[in-house]
Ligand binder design. Structure first.
Ligand code: HEM
Length: 462
């Protein structure tokens, strides 16, 4: 009993409908479990809370591998990372390393000064824009903020003084890494000679290699920098340093051995998974707040009456706020940075909602649709943090109607870091400044257009 789905054409299946892929399209018409076929690859889209619980909790172990694509093979250094590696001993070892050592609470406390300092620097820059009355490009500003923090915490690179990279180039590379992750090649859908031939003919393969080569140069520079004797002696503890130390200490009999590819895979994961997720969440938060003056006022009233006369903000200030945190939760609901999470792959035959799902089927959990399901949420498309005033639903992977970080074995290991990045960044923007639309933008259009995040905005010093 296979799940229902749109009609499939011979050979290509539903490839002609790739542009209609969920989150927003296709899936609601076919119920909570929908079957597609892209070329030879079966793909199941999950779009109800109950079906998501079956995939991510009841059958988590059967569903926790990842499918292979040419793009993810490249960016993960042959699956030597965490995010795209198939389920197995190597993934377990890398995952354990990240949870215990690299993205842990200890690491978070240690790197706190870096986050606060980068935010202080941003506030200074914005004060300048406000006094010059120049517009602020939200996307650029927030990608740069998160990029700078992630590069310092992850790779020990201070973008304001680095020799081989600067802020603009980092933003450019973040976009390139997203492209690699999302690009589909013919060979992803038609494994074998024909697919590879089509990739060669269309030039797709060459384009993919070029984008990857740019990223690889950056990652190699990070690694070279960490292997320099000066750097090895320095008292610093960024994530890559910790891994280089481990590599040096490993012994012949160790069951898992870190290699240079594991190091690059980890650099790549931190870069790909950490920067645009957090930045896009902040951009959407600012967009929704500017569109909804009632909520903006309520949030700003809370933070400005709770935190009085502050010259700069610290992470402990976040714990004093309540409504502000509900606002962030509402953003994670309305605008999950990974609307379909990361694709999973079944490792055995399972049943979801009574339907048969064969081994090696791709599973996409439509977190976007689930978080806007009218059977679960009242006025689901409305931005209204008040909905959480009387609700204990949270986004940490136990409530299947709200899954911005996924759930189960593959839940985001960088969640704590992501939340802190987002909350501290937003707190600074909302405490020190008032925000508005640039004069020439018709407010009407922006307010109606729910699917477009704001780009240029007006900043006013509070
Ligand atoms: C707001 C910020 C973030 C959001 C919304 C987010 C969201 C996600 C989601 C949805 C997944 C897939 C989960 C699944 O398959 O069930 C994921 C995986 C992952 N995230 Fe995050 N993430 C964020 C920040 C970060 C940060 C800051 C890091 C690292 C420093 C990070 C590292 C990872 C890694 C390594 C994985 C792969 C886990 C695995 O496959 O085992 N993320 N993230």
């Amino acid at each position: 009993k296979l799940p229902p789905g749109p009609k499939k054409l011979p050979i290509i299946g539903n490839l002609h409908q790739l542009h209609e892929l969920p989150p927003r399209n296709l899936s609601p018409n076919y119920g909570p479990v929908m079957l597609l076929r892209f070329g030879f690859v079966p793909v199941v889209v999950i779009s109800s809370k109950e079906a998501a619980e079956e995939v991510l909790k009841i059958h988590d172990l059967d569903c926790c591998s990842r499918p292979e694509t040419a793009g993810t093979r490249k960016i993960s250094y042959n699956f030597k990372d965490i995010g795209f590696a198939p389920y197995g001993e190597e993934w377990k070892a890398m995952r354990k390393l990240s949870v215990v050592e690299l993205f842990s609470t200890k690491k978070l406390n240690f790197s706190r000064y870096i986050r606060e300092e980068e935010n202080d620097l941003l506030v200074k820059k914005l004060m300048d824009s406000a006094s010059r009355r120049s517009l602020v490009n939200l996307k650029r500003t927030l990608h740069t903020l998160v990029g700078s923090i992630v590069c310092r915490i992850g790779f020990g690179i201070n973008l304001h003084e680095c020799e081989f990279i600067d802020e603009d180039r980092v933003v450019d590379l973040v976009h390139k890494s997203e492209l690699l992750e999302m690009t589909s090649l013919f060979s992803d859908f038609f494994p074998g000679g024909i697919g590879r031939f089509m990739d060669w003919l269309s030039g797709q393969k060459k384009r993919l290699d070029l984008v990857f080569s740019d990223l690889d140069t950056f990652f190699q520079n990070i690694l070279n920098d960490h292997l320099k004797p000066v750097r090895r002696d320095a008292e610093s503890s960024d994530i890559i340093n910790v891994m280089v130390d481990m590599m040096e200490k490993q012994r012949d009999g160790d069951s898992f051995k870190l290699t240079t590819d594991h190091l690059k895979g980890m650099i790549s994961d931190i870069f790909v998974a950490g920067v645009s997720t957090s930045a896009s969440t902040m951009i959407w938060a600012m967009t929704e707040l500017i569109r909804n003056p009632r909520v903006m006022k309520k949030v700003q009233d809370e933070i400005r009456t709770t935190l009085v006369d502050k010259e700069s903000l610290r992470e402990e200030d976040l714990n004093k706020l309540h409504y502000f945190k509900l606002m962030v939760k509402e953003i994670f609901r309305l605008h999950p940075a990974a609307p379909l999470l990361l694709p999973r792959e079944t490792m055995s035959h399972i049943k979801i909602q009574g339907y048969d799902i064969p081994k090696k089927t791709q599973i996409l959990v439509n977190a976007y649709a689930i978080a806007r399901d009218p059977n679960v949420w009242k006025n689901p498309d409305e931005f209204d943090p008040d909905r959480f005033l009387e609700s204990s639903v949270d986004y940490k992977g136990v409530n299947f109607e709200l899954l911005p970080f996924g759930s189960g074995r593959r839940i985001c290991p960088g969640m704590a870091m992501g939340i802190t990045l987002v909350e501290l960044g937003l707190l600074n923007l909302l405490y020190f400044f008032d925000w508005g639309l640039p004069e020439e933008v018709e407010a009407e259009r922006i307010i109606k257009d729910n699917d477009v995040a704001l780009d240029l905005v007006q900043v006013i010093r509070h």
